[in-house]
Design a binder for this molecule. Sequence first.
Ligand code: FAD
Length: 493
Amino acid sequence: MHTDVIVVGAGPTGLMLAAELALAGVRVRVLERRESPTRESRALTLHPRSIEIMDLRGIAGRFLSRGRTVPGWHFAGLDTRLDFTALDTRHGYTLFLEQARTEEILEGRVRELGVEIARGREVTAVRQEPDAVVVETAPGEPLRAAYVVGCDGGRSLVRQAAGISFDGSDETLTGMLGDFAATDPDAVRAAEAHGVLAVPLEGGLTRFVVVDPERMRVPAAEPVTFEEFRQALTRIAGTDFGVADPRWLSRFGNATRLAGRYRQGRVLVAGDAAHVHFPAAGQGLNTGLQDAMNLGWKLAAQVKGWAPDGLLDSYDAERRPVGEAVAANTQVQTLLLELTLVPQYRRPVLALREMLDGLLGIEEVNRRLAASVSAIGTRYGDGSPAGSRVPDLALSVTGRPQVERLYPLLHGGRFVLIRTAGHADAGDASAWADRVEQVTASAWQAPPELDGADALLVRPDGHLAWAGRGDEALEALPRWAGAPGATIAEAVR
Ligand SMILES: Cc1cc2nc3c(=O)[nH]c(=O)nc-3n(C[C@H](O)[C@H](O)[C@H](O)COP(=O)(O)OP(=O)(O)OC[C@H]3O[C@@H](n4cnc5c(N)ncnc54)[C@H](O)[C@@H]3O)c2cc1C
């Protein structure tokens, strides 16, 4: 089989990306070194924008039916929660869903779209040639493709092979997690009262997460022992909550690094391969999914031959700042935690936390931070409406009474050009039909910042490409969707 894109790594980022590429008709292959899907879940949360992007593709229900929602989330473990219900979204909540389930659902989607996931196949080298990338694997013959995307986690071989730097700071602090099959019956409630994070998992397991002042300088590479974990709980809470029968013990750290660039020629990186940080406020997996959503349609455009100049490079320009911002906010959170554990800083930092708690009680402050952690506030570009996330607008589409909102129009992964009824005769976009869906809205409920526009061009990832007058829409299209009819399906560019 000819392959346009090789995705290295079948974690959440790689699976999401493979699905997006396949949806756009790209021939994609996923290579994964693990023989079978992982059963251990590092991440437990999907935040609002992640659910929204699943809604954009019509698969949000698959996730929602497997998890449970909570109305908000925390920042640095402060008492005042971030209120996601106040955000301008139909998905104002965090979904508790174990990473293994998220991956299982995404893998189902990838297979439905006809993509092969080659498990037990480790990528050992990546080499760029002028017109292709060669990927060596063990076992197996070398493979060639037009592009390779490293979704192969924090130690990414793909990133290293492409010579992309991974700048930042080394680990200075570690925490421990433990999944236990047996605990005291009221352990979760009791742990909360002691400020220890405890979460019920599937199959009757309970996860405990601790940062123990006596063990927080132990390197992440050092395995956790059951006895160490029990002692840490006892030191922190005065009880071990009856934990027994550990199923998974792991140590994680606050090394914080960002790829120097997200693209080097025919090689790109996404997810943890592009950014790592302390798992504060549960943002890593979510950020990776959103990297994939941003990259998928752009890389597809490049492979298909219709990408306008600079489109593929806009992946770096748009997503690197997001990675940088997430890394920064996790560092702030880590500091607010770590310094409470250092005796000489404890009092002033507790005072600082109390002050921040008070500030989070101010609606506008809370909403700002909630928008950032949930990624609902992610806006690309220079702050103009272009680049902003388009909410799921209520609208009525002429001739399609079943469509009552925007997102179902994006299920196929194409751009959507909406013009109001008065501008329906302002030119025909059907020459772009392979990548643009054009509809006429008899009514819509536009957000205030788009007031006055009577046409919108929404990108496949649900961000705004352009808003303006209906009779200018055909001029705006090539800037984003390329020349009409320019699909060169077999091109290896
Ligand atoms: C304790 C902890 C808790 C966390 N909690 C949350 C949370 O609640 N919410 C959240 O959003 N994030 C959380 N995270 C972060 C989240 O787990 C990661 O950000 C996420 O797994 C990244 O996904 P990924 O697909 O980019 O990389 P990974 O999940 O690391 O997947 C990479 C894949 O590539 C494969 N691979 C690697 N090298 C090769 C190779 N050479 N050849 C072939 N395959 C290869 C690996 O086997 C793996 O399957 C947490 C992290 C930790 C440590």
